[in-house]
Design a protein. Structure first.
Length: 107
């Protein structure tokens, strides 16, 4: 058994659902959990916080991301690090695919 994981094209691991949001965990270990999200345009994850630090990478499409009180336009290639407890939200302004990495404390 290999001691690595490879997904040749993350964008092909999920399809954008019509008028919805899809999430799929593609990898999990004691050091990271990788979750792919696919949003149709206009769909959103409303404001919330997370108990863990996290990273968002926009793989395809555009979104408005709320980080604390700041709004940002995120496009293909945008990378965001969020500390635990930061209030955030994501609203797709076009069909959107993004990767979320949750970073548990290894202790």
């Amino acid at each position: 058994m290999a001691d690595y994981a490879i997904l040749p094209d993350l964008r092909r691991e999920v399809e954008v659902p019509p008028e919805g949001i899809l999430s799929r965990t593609v990898f999990e270990s004691d050091r990271v959990r990788a979750v792919l999200f696919a949003f149709d345009a206009g769909q959103e994850l409303s404001g919330h916080t997370a108990a863990l630090p996290a990273v968002i990478e926009i793989l395809d499409g555009e979104a408005e991301i709320l980080l604390g009180g700041d709004r940002h336009l995120a496009t293909t290639g945008t990378w965001v690090h969020m500390p635990a407890g930061l209030r955030h939200a994501v609203r797709a302004t076009s069909p959107l695919t993004m990767l979320l990495l949750l970073l548990p404390d290894p202790e």
